[in-house]
Design a protein around this ligand. Structure first.
Ligand code: KIV
Ligand code: ZN
Length: 528
């Protein structure tokens, strides 16, 4: 072979072995109870996914709500490299709504789906199998009017009869689908079975060689990642996954796990993805903060303990050679030591350099605000770590535009003292103050907020974590409120846990207002 023939054959091999990473954090991930995200948060996640090299971002389900429509449409305008995808059921209304939301980008995909398993067709759809086949042809053709990039999914594919699944896939391909997704909707499949299912479809369905097959695995039996990898060994070339594996019930296949498994075990899985793995830790933290879903300590790749070595034998081995107990270097996934970063005397320049290294590009005003908060923090806390800076910037971004702000908080509590909160809120430029009591200081703060800004939202979650080690660590508090079946999560960070608590509750309240203001603009001023 000549050099150029070798180069061409390598390129052909790469193209053949390239696995497309389809991220559905903003769609299937957001479907987890309590994981609702607002527009700014979705945009921030989408931009990070784009930057890290995700090929397709499933940005939402446009027919589901105006908020979903707006999110898909804004993400389509903002994303630079990835294809943006919107989900649609088989009906024309769904498909046209997805098409409209995606109008602003050339790189758009409509993902339409319908159930194919006997149990779903009979009980959920209440449709005869022949009608389902007709709906497939009609929905895929309709989607092709909006874009050439159409993905079709057979919901509950792994519990579908093989002959029927082959007919359904063939019809979808004939109608113009370019990607065929084979979801393990209920997380029921085993790896070998899922591999064989993909092979069977590719061997039997006419036209299968013209489309990309995709995996979409749920984690009900803890097999989502194993099944996704089995799927690509069976010939699929797209994996659908989410950051931290969030998703319906037990979640979806975790992006960080499939990507790192492919990278570390290329001897067994000779595939490539386009993901910049150094951005994995940041993406994990962002999604965890936004959703207030903590990452389990021993979670593969992104858990707090994923690179911690506790036992003496392991520590000894690690000191001699990291490869004794580490198959991935933490830096490869963006995990760096908790080295001391900045101190009280650090200037603006060093602070800006640090932000850039952490991946933040702030405008002049935001930078000035973050620097002022950094100086305040440095007065209270001796050692400032990367995680402190991330929490600080995140807190400014989250609460910076809130209409209601905490302006003052004083507490008295302790053994034998009735807990009491003196709180002042700034609402539409007007200061409101009160004193409230409660069973404990948190209860007193929440009662004070309810007194100053009456509302009926129910508290669903109150969660406190420490940003770093040490008793002077910043507390990061998440508060989830629910109103009329919709939940929102607020966040706050401060070295004083009670101040962070007040910030987080008020932030959640602001987010409820954002939702209400969209439907009733007078909502803010009527609450007195
Ligand atoms: O799990 C599932 O089947 C889905 C489909 C909409 C692809 O999420
Ligand atoms: Zn799913």
């Amino acid at each position: 072979m000549t050099t150029s023939e070798v180069a061409n054959s390598n390129t052909a091999q790469d193209a053949n072995n390239r696995v497309c990473i389809f991220d559905t954090t903003l769609r299937d991930g957001e479907q987890s109870p309590g994981a609702a995200m607002n527009l700014e948060e979705k945009l921030e996640i989408a931009e990070l996914l784009d930057e890290m090299g995700v090929d397709v971002i499933e940005a939402g389900f446009p027919i589901a709500s105006n908020g979903d429509f707006e999110a898909v449409s804004e993400i389509a305008k903002r994303v630079k490299n990835a294809t943006v995808c919107g989900l649609a059921r088989a009906g024309f209304k769904d498909i046209d709504r997805a098409g409209e939301a995606l109008r602003h980008t050339e790189k758009r995909r409509i993902h339409t789906f319908i159930s194919t398993s006997p149990v779903h067709m009979k009980h959920k759809l209440q449709m005869a199998p022949e009608s389902v086949l007709e709906a497939i042809a009609a929905s895929v053709s309709r989607a092709r009017n909006w874009t050439n990039d159409v993905q079709w999914s057979a919901e509950d594919a792994t519990r579908t009869e093989h002959d029927f699944l082959c007919r359904a896939v063939e019809i979808a391909i004939k109608a113009g689908a370019t990607t065929i997704n084979i979801p393990d909707t209920v997380g029921y499949a085993t790896p070998q079975e899922y591999l064989e299912l993909h092979k069977m479809l590719q061997a039997r369905v006419p036209g299968a060689d013209r489309v990309v097959f995709s995996t979409h695995c749920h984690n009900d039996l803890g097999l989502a990642v194993a099944n996704s990898l089995a799927g690509i060994l069976g010939g699929a070339r797209q994996i659908e996954c989410t950051i931290n594996g969030i998703g319906e019930r037990a979640g979806n296949a975790a992006l960080e796990e499939v990507v790192m498994a492919i990278r570390v075990r290329k001897d067994r899985m000779p595939f490539l993805t386009g993901i910049d793995t150094h951005m994995i830790a940041r993406a994990s933290k962002l999604v965890s903060n936004v959703t207030a879903f903590p990452v389990q300590y021993n979670k593969a790749i992104v858990g707090k303990n994923a690179f911690a070595h506790e036992s003496g034998i392991h520590q000894d081995g690690m000191l001699k050679n990291a490869q004794t107990y580490e198959i991935i270097s933490p830096e490869d996934v963006g995990v760096h030591g908790t080295a001391l970063v900045l101190g009280k005397l650090s200037g603006r320049h060093a602070f800006r350099d640090k932000l850039t290294a952490l991946g933040y590009e702030l405008g002049d005003n935001a930078l000035e605000d973050a620097f002022r908060r950094f100086k305040d923090l440095a007065d209270k806390k001796k050692h400032i770590f990367d995680d402190d800076i991330v929490a600080l910037v995140d807190d400014s971004m989250v609460r910076g535009h809130d209409l209601i702000q905490v302006s003052d908080l004083q507490l008295s509590s302790g053994k034998g003292v009735a807990p009491e909160a003196r709180l002042s809120l700034m609402v539409e430029g007007e200061t409101r103050s009160c004193v409230a009591t409660g069973a404990g200081p948190v209860d007193a703060i929440f009662n004070a907020i309810r007194q100053l800004y009456p509302h009926t939202a129910k508290l669903q979650l109150f969660q406190v974590s420490a940003v770093t080690e040490g008793t002077d660590a910043q507390a990061q508090v998440s508060v989830r409120l629910e109103e009329d079946g919709r939940s929102v999560t607020g966040r706050g960070a401060d070295t004083d846990t009670m101040v962070a608590t007040a910030y987080a509750y008020v932030n959640a309240l602001n987010r409820l207002l954002e939702k209400r203001l969209k439907t009733a603009p007078e909502a803010l001023s009527v609450a007195r």
